[in-house]
Write a protein that binds this ligand. Structure first.
Ligand code: SAM
Length: 309
């Protein structure tokens, strides 16, 4: 069975990118009255405590959402004679992400971090539907217990099943409006190929659905190939696409003077969307430079944004 537990990673830079894109996409899709179905193929536990044991052990949120919540570092003083730099307001998509986080933390801070199921449920209306897949038995049980507290009735289904397996059965939904979030842990190398097969099959069943895939940017050929192949798939199907990446540090493995090997942890990740909202590109163009600046850990911090179709 898998050892990946999202609780160690909740609120890290990858979650910030993923959930910022998710919220911007949902906000746009929920402007229309017709019911929306959201399928979350890899849901995790749903809700996390950032002051709990898991998050404390990894400290990843301190380099992610908690950095965004902290006041920005003071701007360097202007050069002699130059006018003072005007303060740049927070990009709308980041402000909206922080607004959602604060809805879960009315007393401020981010003790509670909502994963994709809770972010989504928070935004959905009564007539929308949410299908959550989580295969890990412990996280599946925690997710079911967390969701039960919402008393959401038929609005939410929790399935302790393989998200790559049967999730396409919900496509197309009766209203023909759906967002599919595919966010595996990529613990198993075959996840990369399974994502491609899954999106290919889903697109064939429901060509006008919106598909959002998160992936890690790590030195592994499969990770490098995934966005390239998704782009080919979207282009061949005549569909629009958007690809956003955020890098916070170098991916180099270093050796300390005492000979210890230091692995950098996840340096970067990307979101690839097929049939994205037409508004998303402009929103991410404003948000990504600010995310790279605020979450960057060394001079390799950067971003990219590309779209087509
Ligand atoms: N989407 C979540 C969020 O944004 O809060 C995080 C999900 S986490 C990156 C990936 C999850 O997928 C893990 O909880 C893992 O147990 C689960 N998982 C792994 N393989 C799976 C599969 N084949 N089907 C469903 N869930 C799976």
């Amino acid at each position: 069975m898998f050892s990946y537990r999202h609780a160690f990673h909740a609120g890290n830079h990858a979650d910030v990118l993923k959930h910022t894109v998710l919220i911007a996409t949902l906000d746009h899709m929920l402007e229309k009255d017709a019911a929306l179905t959201v399928v979350d193929t890899h849901a995790g536990a749903g809700l996390y405590r950032l002051d709990g044991d898991y998050a404390d052990t990894s400290g990843e949120a301190s380099q992610g959402v908690l950095r965004l919540l902290a006041p920005p570092p003071p701007a360097a003083p202007p050069k002699k004679g130059a006018p003072p730099k005007a303060e740049v307001p927070l990009a709308g998509a980041i402000a909206r992400y922080l607004e959602v986080i604060s809805d879960f933390n009315p007393k401020g801070g981010a003790k509670v971090y909502p994963g994709s199921p809770f972010v989504t449920q928070h935004l959905l209306r009564d007539h929308d539907r949410l299908k959550l897949y989580e295969l890990h038995p412990t996280d599946g049980r925690t997710l079911a217990a967390n969701i039960a507290q919402l008393d959401a009735g038929r609005q939410i289904a929790v399935l302790n099943e393989d998200g790559f397996g049967s999730a396409t059965k919900f496509l197309p939904p009766p209203s023909r409006r759906a967002l599919v979030l595919c966010d595996p842990s990529y613990e198993i190398k075959s996840d990369y190929a399974r994502v491609l097969d899954f999106v290919d099959g889903a697109l064939k069943r429901f060509a006008t659905g919106t598909y959002a895939v998160w992936y890690p940017i790590i030195p592994r050929p499969e990770a490098h190939d995934l966005p390239r192949r998704l782009k080919t798939m979207a282009t061949k199907a005549g569909k629009s696409w958007l690809h956003a990446t955020l890098t916070v540090k170098s991916s180099k493995i270093t050796t300390t003077p005492t000979g210890e090997t230091r692995r950098p942890g996840l340096p970067a990740s990307g979101m690839f969307l097929i049939n994205p909202p037409y508004t998303l590109k402009a929103q991410m163009a404003a948000a990504l430079p600010q995310l790279a600046e605020r979450l960057g850990q060394d001079r390799n911090a950067t971003f990219s944004l590309d779209a087509g179709g």
